[in-house]
Write a protein that binds this ligand. Sequence first.
Ligand code: CA
Ligand code: CA
Ligand code: CA
Length: 460
Amino acid sequence: MNVLKVNPQWCSVLIVMFAIICVNGVAQAKVLYVANYGVDASDCGTITLPCRSISQAIAVASDRDRIIVGPGHYGDLNSDGDFEDPGEEKAEIGHGCFCVIKIDKQLSFESSDGTEVTVLDAGGADVNVVSIEASQVVFGKIKLGFTLTGAKRAGLIIADNNISWVNIMSNISIANGGDGFSFAGAKHSLSDNIASGNVNAGFNFSGSDQQLKNNLSIKNATGFSFSGDRHVLIGDVASANHSDGFHFAGNVDTLRNDVASRNEGYGFFMGGNEHTLNTIAAVGNALAGIFIDLSKGKIKITRSNIYGNENATETVGGATLANCGLINFSGVSANAVNNFWGGANGPGADPADKICNAKPGSKTSFTVFAKRPFRVVTRDKSLEPQPGKSSTALEDRTIFASNPRSYELSVCTLTGQLIAKITDQTQWASAIRSLPNGIYLTVTVTADKRRELAKFVVIR
Ligand SMILES: [Ca+2]
Ligand SMILES: [Ca+2]
Ligand SMILES: [Ca+2]
């Protein structure tokens, strides 16, 4: 197979043809508008006739459309306890999604004026605020997400295990009766979201391969709770939660620049095996900074700050422990080399924290140790795509690597017939290999269809 970068000198005709015929599907994606001055109707959603409810915009929309929501209030608008008055969201209470807003199409959502001024309010009803029931939904955009509040259940829920690749960005889930964010299914990505004051976990995941960047969980039950394997967390913060800051029940999780501070349980509870914690901080938690509760081992903790934890006592395996920065309850070896333990002399008595090997067979290697704290940068804005800035090739590659469904590849014949549209990057090579001999045009666009990245002529 030959892949030639399109040269506009000799290929402009093909490109024009391609752009008109093949990418036409991209151009057809609609933008629908919702505003507090809108009116719900079967044809609402234009910029001059916006819908009043997000639910009505969803009803009008087709897969891949984009919904832009103006500032204000969405839910039970007259606060009379029902969702049946004009412009109110089409809530399903006691049946269906048990939610105020049901997203059952592959749509992307953003607010026009910002997360804090765009409030989806369940008004105390026994529902979730938002339920996502389709894969590849994009909910929120950098700084342009939604505030989800007032539910007796979760702020945002994905209840179906078969839903994947949902992207949640820049939302606030606050003061709900369940989890802030509750996710079944795999391969979701969450960045720059805040969960605060929810009765259950701030962020709760049951599937595998979740990617989290720059999220904050504060004053919930558990900060971040994971079952499933292979999660990647970068720059996330759990502070002042009523239970553990981060709780992992599965295997092979990767943490970098995450911080657990002043939680009432453990900073990081590590079940399962083969976790890597690099440049994290566990500081000032009521129980130990890190609790290792695994059966086979292979945990590595390095370049991290672990101090100020467990200022009262706790009982682990019948033993009374205090001042433990790290409790190794695994019964096997753990690698905690090159960390800062609160003092220049390594782990030990206050003001440092100790290493507590709390089970026969537990061993924790900790030399060398650092004499000074490491710099742990959380909620790092440089990790996020900047609005209005075109991305560099490097940035594209980074996004690409972290989320193979960030991009979509279309393959056309020279006469413009669409042969294939492939959303999973891992399938691209095999799809192109399986083409019959001939010349094809391909175009790569971002999954939200807002940016075209590359065109190639492919000769088979
Ligand atoms: Ca009402
Ligand atoms: Ca009413
Ligand atoms: Ca201490």
